[in-house]
Write a protein that binds this ligand. Structure first.
Ligand code: BGC
Length: 740
């Protein structure tokens, strides 16, 4: 069999034959071995795991990043186990391995799938050189809750943007040829609905009506699978009463029956025994049964499969056909990945980590991920010629580790170039840089170091304040209920403001923060997320106008946390608010009658609008939109829609705009969102020039899951907008008409 090289998708039939032949030869114990992934991230992995590997008791390992040890374990699996089945070697390579890209929510702010693909390619290649052949990425949980720490890892709130980025990351990790050196299998996670955790508390319950699940939370997973994702991970969370790890509706009905997924599903870390903690099962044995029966092919970390599945089969509680199916999914993934032909890693065939190309990709990704949220009076860009001195202040100005963000097990802070370094490198001797940390960490409540910062600000022509959240304040299990700037940062801003100098806030954070209490105290805001290894130079380029900012928000920014969830693609309600109908608390007359203010959907104290909407981001130029056009205004099922607008750069700076297309289906058999993103494009325009930006849609792009939860295209009226955010005003209308 060894001569028959079965590559990727080309030879699905041959792979099936090989899977079946192998399966027919396996004992039940060997099959269960394939279904077990063990943690190898302990000392002496080779000694500890050697014997179970020889006995065929392990299908995959996680957390070993020593390539020699990986190769040795692989050798034991291939040469010393009865069937010679190679190992899947897994690791969380989420937004970089050694070279760290911006956190995924930051990458989403680039609205640049090609760049995101390139970043994942870099991450995959670097990880492959440490022996990894399976990454637990992309994380594609749609979320509308910035309190949730894992929003840092997510593509944000929009199913369409999330789907584009899901596909891009899968392509980046898996490349064109799954069996090629340097390819790692992608794992779309967490299936599904995890981003709706109640109150943004990690691991909390999710309740998502099936219609919303299908229209909002599932599309990125479908996109990842369509892009070829080899594997999926079940979520920790309880979905509508059945934890995802035992959820047959998700893993059998949707994933296998409807979508025809033939890859492998892995549990999350210990999520099988946690079924008992959830209260779904009484003990580990029942948990193993529930997970396996529902379609979890491989168990991560815990050992309920290896401890109980054999007995469950013997007792007639679990059909061996279910096990065969799971093992076939696992073997198929291994064959597709070319592991039988190329089990060992040859590092000489891979680029060294942190190559110039990798760092260049990280820098470009950081550059495009930063969103300019405010720029009063053209404060930015700063001018190297006019500025004598600049104060660089704040706990995140020179914090190489913090700027990398969450999930950077293997990231190297030594490679980081900080904001302070980036600014110094850029301005050289032309501008005096006065640095003051001002706070020990982003959480410090002490004002002890403020005086030094105020002194630095006072003797400078402008102040760049690096604020936000240090890395540990976001990520898994790092949720916050108060999403203001932590610690004494707001106080620092007020004190610096009093110096009368122009104040520019550069905010590094793992989530959208509520900035209402500082937004009027600063002249400009650059939102940099956690920008990764090359954050510093990218921020310096933007501050000094070498490049104009082009990032756009992939998630709505609330004014205050009580507005959450607030998102652009909401439903209209029967009583939508408007500026005329929403009376804010300060405008309510004294002793007003209870019934005297508008009965509409808003908060008395926050209104109904966000601080900044989805899709928003300023530039150093002004963009103007006009001439929205369509190839027709009536379409039938099967037709192509072409819709375009003219984009003019009305300023004097060359810049890139993310042009966005939104649609509203005016009437649906289930209510439809007030707007839905249907296309976007990054367009570079020179000053004074214009570009015609065209989008093409198939009528099927207007389908949605209707009342019976199947996809439909409904005849009727649609509105469409093209512009620079989800509040785009340039509108046209069209109809879908019945084919009969
Ligand atoms: C996370 C997953 C991750 C896994 C392995 C879990 O706690 O939820 O996203 O892939 O750990 O590290």
């Amino acid at each position: 069999m060894s001569g028959e090289i079965a590559h990727a998708d080309g030879d699905a039939g041959l792979i099936e034959q090989r899977v079946n032949a192998l399966l027919a030869d396996m004992t039940l114990a060997e099959k269960i071995g394939q279904m077990s992934q063990v943690n190898a991230g302990e000392p002496d992995a080779v000694d500890t795991l050697g014997d179970p590997l020889r006995a065929g008791r392990i299908g995959s390992i996680i957390n070993l990043v020593n390539v020699d040890e990986v190769n040795e374990l692989q050798r034991i699996a291939v040469e010393e186990s009865r069937l010679g089945i190679p190992l899947l070697v897994a690791r969380d390579v989420i937004h970089g391995f050694k070279t760290i890209m911006p956190i995924p929510i930051g990458q989403a702010a680039t609205w640049n799938p090609e760049l995101v693909e390139a970043g994942s390619r870099v991450a995959g290649l670097e990880a492959a050189s440490a022996g990894i052949n399976w990454t637990f990425a992309p994380m594609i949980d749609i979320t509308r809750d910035p309190r949730w720490g894992r929003i840092a890892e997510s593509p944000g709130e929009d199913p369409y943007l999330g789907s584009c980025l899901a596909a891009a990351m899968v392509k980046g990790f898996q490349g064109d040829d799954l069996a090629a050196a340097g390819t790692v299998a992608a794992c779309a996670k967490h299936f599904a609905g995890y981003g709706a955790s109640e109150a943004g508390r990690d691991y909390a319950t999710t309740n998502i009506p099936e219609n919303e699940l299908r229209n909002v939370y599932l599309p990125p997973f479908k996109a990842a699978i369509d892009a070829g994702a080899l594997t999926l991970m079940a979520s920790f969370s309880d979905l509508n009463g059945v934890p995802a790890t035992a959820n047959e509706f998700l893993m059998r009905q949707v994933l296998r029956d409807e979508w025809g997924f033939t890859g492998l599903v892995v549990s999350d870390w210990n999520s099988v025994p946690q079924l008992t903690v959830h209260g779904l099962t009484a003990n580990d044995e029942d948990a193993a049964l529930a997970a396996a029966a529902a379609g979890v092919d491989m168990e991560m970390a815990s050992d309920t499969y290896s401890s109980h599945l054999e007995r469950l089969v013997a007792a007639g509680r679990l059909d061996e056909a279910i096990i065969d199916n799971a093992v076939a999914n696992i073997l198929r993934a291994k064959f597709r990945l070319g592991l039988f032909e190329r089990p060992y890693v040859d590092t000489s065939a891979l680029p060294p980590p942190a190559s110039d190309e990798a760092l260049g990709t990280a820098r470009e990704a950081a550059l495009q991920s930063v969103v300019l949220l405010k720029n009063d009076g053209g404060t930015l860009p700063l001018s190297q010629d006019d500025l004598g001195s600049v104060a660089v202040v704040g706990p995140l100005a020179d914090a190489p580790y913090e700027q990398l963000g969450t999930w950077i097990f293997d990231g190297d802070p030594e490679l980081s170039i900080t904001g302070l370094e980036g600014i110094r490198d850029l301005v050289g001797d032309s501008v005096q840089v006065n640095y003051a940390r001002a706070m020990e960490t982003s959480r410090s409540t002490s004002a002890e170091l403020f005086d030094e910062a105020i002194a630095a600000a006072t003797r400078s022509d402008a102040v760049v304040l690096f604020l936000g959240e240090e890395s540990i304040l976001s990520g898994e299990a790092h949720s916050r209920a108060d999403i203001d700037l932590p610690g004494a940062q707001a106080e620092l801003v007020r004190r610096v403001r009093q110096t009368g100098k122009p104040v520019i806030a550069v905010i590094m954070a793992g989530r959208p923060l509520t900035l209402a209490n500082i937004v009027d105290e600063v002249d400009a805001i650059l939102y940099a997320w956690h920008p990764g290894t090359m954050g510093g130079p990218a921020i310096a380029d933007l501050l000094f106008g070498l490049v104009a900012p082009s990032g756009k928000l992939p998630v709505t920014f609330p004014r205050m946390v009580g507005q959450v969830p607030i998102y652009y693609n909401q439903k209209n309600t029967g009583k939508p608010a408007s500026p005329e109908t929403a009376t804010l608390i300060d405008d309510i007359p004294v002793r007003a009658m209870q019934t005297s203010i508008g009965n509409v959907a808003y908060h008395l104290d926050a209104g109904f609008t966000p601080q900044w909407p989805f899709g928003f981001g300023l530039s150093y130029t002004e963009f103007e939109y006009s001439n929205i056009r369509m190839n027709a205004h009536e379409f039938r099922d099967g037709d192509k829609l072409e819709i375009s607008a003219e984009l003019r750069n009305a300023g004097d700076t060359a810049a890139t705009e993310v042009v966005q297309l939104y649609v509203r289906d005016m009437v649906g058999n289930v209510t439809r969102p007030v707007r839905e993103l249907k296309g976007f494009r990054r367009v570079h325009v020179e000053p004074g020039e214009s570009a015609i930006v065209e989008f093409q849609l198939d009528s099927s792009d207007l389908m949605f899951c209707g009342r019976d939860n199947t996809p439909i295209l409904e005849p009727g009226e649609f509105h469409a907008w093209i512009g620079g955010s989800s509040e785009a005003e340039l509108r046209t209308e069209f109809r879908i008409i019945d084919n009969n």
